[in-house]
Design a protein around this ligand. Structure first.
Ligand code: NAI
Ligand code: 3PY
Length: 319
């Protein structure tokens, strides 16, 4: 009898076909609620789970006694309780690599859009306000030849550094769990302690995973250390930032502006003060979301799942 796989995110047709050849596939194209009774019902007999963002913790796992693998269609896996999965001998996988360039493009684009106030200016033109000289109140700030501080010099951090160094002649500072000689050589990047990076950078870009250690790692103290001309970019996870402190810093000119792809709670509430601030450029957690890359991620996740259920060690097993 075929093993059973529950897919809880929309995936391309070829991924469904690939899975259906090997497994019995139950497909929830757009699962809105993890308490959905049909989903819970299917979990009881599921061997594999494929999707993203869903919180997978003890409460959910108690409904899935036969589960062998959880395959996340994302690189971040802060939605998974890894300790609980380990305890139950359930494998977990993610999709690193395939989304690096796409995410770096988005985050660097966000940095440019924030510095040059592109969404505001787009609105200015489209709303018919452009009818004379453009005054200083519309000007942005330069990106090229400025100092970019990257916190979390991993795969995506490096790809951002590459764009900044080769494309924009920026000076790169970085803070990471460990030094990386390759990025120091390739992008002339200088390692520094977090406080030094915050004090010195014109742009601070956060690219760490969300872990107990990085939870709210940028808060009141850190915004205080930044230049009042600094632009803060968060492409990592919203929970890495104390959002109330970010709002305060933006409202009180402690920093100049912020470009955000991620938020403490997603989707962000439309009444969140961040969305009322002209010095915030807000994207809907879209870093990796191009058609091509999302398809690659889904294919890689399906491959990981198939390897796990075949008794092999999946390529992207989370250790
Ligand atoms: N906005 C979006 O759509 C996307 C967001 N992400 C987020 O970006 C994160 C990073 O992705 P990758 O670069 O692929 O991961 P990675 O694992 O290659 O890099 C993460 C880096 O953060 C560093 N780090 C971890 N804890 C740290 C700490 N306490 N202080 C300083 N550095 C620390 C690590 O040493 C590592 O170099 C993901 O975990 C995910 O949360 C990833 C993809 C898309
Ligand atoms: O992969 C991730 O971690 C994302 O945030 C979405 O691609």
């Amino acid at each position: 009898m075929k093993q059973k796989v529950v897919v809880y995110k929309k995936v391309p047709e070829d991924v469904l076909m690939f899975l259906s050849e090997k497994f019995e596939v139950i497909y929830f194209k757009n699962l809105e609620d993890r308490k959905d009774s049909n989903f819970i019902q299917e979990l009881h007999t599921a061997h594999g789970l494929l999707g993203s963002s869903l919180k997978i913790d003890k409460e959910l796992l108690d409904h899935a006694p036969n589960l062998k693998i959880v395959s996340n269609i994302s690189v971040g896996y802060d939605n998974l309780d890894i300790e609980e999965l380990n305890k139950r001998g359930i494998q977990a996988t993610n999709t690193p690599g395939v989304l690096v360039d796409t995410t770096a493009d988005t985050i660097f684009g966000l940095l440019l859009a924030t510095a040059r106030r592109m969404p505001e200016l787009d609105f200015y033109v489209k709303s018919g306000k452009w009818n004379g000289t453009k005054n200083e109140d519309l000007f942005g700030v330069d990106v090229h030849h400025k100092v970019l501080g990257i916190i979390g010099m991993g795969s995506i951090g490096k790809a951002i550094a590459k764009r900044a160094h080769f494309g924009f002649d920026m000076d790169i500072l970085y803070h990471n769990r460990s030094r990386n000689e390759q990025v120091e050589k390739e992008f002339n990047a200088a390692y520094c302690e977090l406080d030094e990076l915050l004090k010195t950078s014109d742009f601070v870009c956060l690219m760490t995973p969300h872990t107990p250690e990085t939870d709210k790692m940028i808060g009141e103290r850190e915004f205080h250390l930044m230049k009042d001309t600094a632009i803060f970019i968060n492409g990592s996870r919203g929970k890495n930032v104390d959002e109330a402190a970010l709002i305060y810093a933006l409202q009180n000119q402690q920093i100049l502006a912020a470009g955000l792809d991620v938020y403490e709670i997603e989707p962000i509430n439309k009444d969140n003060p961040l969305l009322k601030l002209p010095n915030v450029v807000a994207l809907p957690h879209i870093g990796s979301a191009t058609k091509e890359t999302r398809e690659k991620m889904a294919r890689l996740a399906a491959k990981n799942l198939a390897e796990g259920l075949a008794g092999k060690v999946p390529l992207n097993l989370i250790k």
